[in-house]
Ligand binder design. Structure first.
Ligand code: SF4
Length: 393
């Protein structure tokens, strides 16, 4: 999302140079949070939330020759949710696909809900949706999946911020999907708290074709989790992992290892946990590089815990600057980011990259001897299903 805004700003700059008179609209969570900066630079209008109706109204206004109104603020009225038209979109071969059992399978993206009921402090959704979520009607989602299957999709990725915000809705949907397309597989994202609370539903996700679950573990430090008001503890992560394992569904965790409250020992501990739990092939190396973002409007700004570390707003970076109390952490974050970036460019085995990140972390923690315990991954091993593009914020 943050990455998309950076790409969007770059594209908008080029578009503005080619056609200085064209209207540029930014849409999305980070666009809303950074609206002041965007409207002062490149954007004519910023839309967010349930904004499709507002976008149509804007187009009609421009058609009538009226200027756009730059006023922004999320739209949070329920939309009618017609089946989306996919005409004119690139073929599915141009998008990320599913890598599974040595094959690449075409994947499609749908959302069964938008927004989120929860208020995790580091997430860009609560400042925009304010704890609201909107279920997309089941028939609209099913019709959309039919279009995707007709276009060749054999896997669907549910892009809902949290698939289990409406567990009844989610379950009825995947039952209907599986009844109509028994060979179709899917993945979804849901929070640790939901996996634990709805553990009774998880086996049915597996039997209806769920290949993996993405979950924002973020950290194993209870101090960090409390400061993010994430709604789970380290012990809950372990329970969620066990619930998914019993159902035969691999967990793909996401992390925010670089926060002001996690030190080098927490970082090493996270890497050790991933190795110990045999999750190395279920984590994208980029997850070990993620640094806490504090965009304007972030709920984190309302809590005292962040204040001692907070610097100036960097408007063009779409985030406040913050500094770790241990300078080794800021340096490590820069170094693991460039290591992971280079490795991705060379298409290195992600497990090997994680091993190198681990060796670097051990060295920075003053324990270079322990790094030698890492065993290189066997090239012919079986790798759990994943999408070909890593997910990160
Ligand atoms: S992190 Fe997940 S559960 Fe928390 S507010 Fe964001 S989408 Fe919702």
């Amino acid at each position: 999302m943050h990455t998309a805004l950076r790409l969007g700003v770059h594209a908008a700059g080029r578009i503005r140079r080619i056609n200085p008179a064209c209207r540029i609209v930014f849409h999305g969570l980070y666009a809303e949070l950074n609206a002041t900066h965007l409207l002062g630079e490149l954007a004519d209008v910023v839309l967010s939330g349930e904004a499709e109706g507002a976008l149509v109204a804007l187009a009609e206004r421009l058609d009538r020759g009226e200027p756009p109104s730059p006023a922004h603020g999320p739209t949070l009225e329920r939309l009618p949710f017609p089946v989306p038209s996919r005409e004119g979109l690139p073929a599915l071969t141009r998008y990320a696909s599913l890598a599974h059992a040595g094959r690449h399978v075409l994947a499609g993206y749908v959302e069964a809900s938008r927004g989120c009921l929860h208020m995790c402090l580091h997430c860009p959704i609560p400042p925009v949706y304010d704890g609201r979520f909107f279920a997309v009607p089941r028939d609209a989602v099913l019709d959309d999946v039919r279009q995707l299957v007709a276009a060749g999709a054999q896997h669907v990725t549910f892009g809902d911020p949290d698939f289990l915000n409406g567990p009844g809705h989610a379950l009825k949907l995947v039952r209907a999907l599986h009844a109509e397309f028994p060979a179709l597989t899917y993945d979804c994202t849901t929070k640790v708290e939901h996996i634990v609370r709805h553990r009774g539903l998880i086996p049915e996700l597996a039997t209806t074709g769920c290949l993996f679950v993405v979950s924002a573990v973020e950290s194993l430090s209870d101090v960090v989790l409390a400061n993010l008001e994430k709604g789970h503890t380290r012990a809950d992560v372990q329970v969620a992992l066990d619930v998914l394992r019993r159902a035969g569904i691999p967990l793909r965790p996401s992390f925010v290892p670089f926060t002001p409250w996690a030190g080098i020992d927490d970082y090493v501990d996270l890497l050790d946990w991933v190795e110990r739990e045999r999750l190395v092939d279920q984590v994208d190396p980029v997850q070990f590089t993620i640094r806490l973002l504090v965009p304007p409007g972030s709920l984190l700004l309302s809590r005292p815990a962040i204040r001692p570390f907070l610097g100036e707003l960097d408007p063009a970076g779409f985030s406040y600057r913050w500094t770790h109390p241990d300078p080794r952490m800021d340096a490590l974050q820069r170094d693991v980011s460039s290591l992971a970036e280079q490795a991705a460019r060379l298409d290195e085995d992600p497990a090997l990259t994680i091993g190198r990140i681990r060796a670097l972390a051990y060295a920075r923690a003053g324990r270079p001897d322990a790094a030698g315990r890492f065993r290189p991954p066997a090239p012919e091993r079986s790798i759990p299903p994943r999408l070909t593009e890593p997910w990160f914020c």
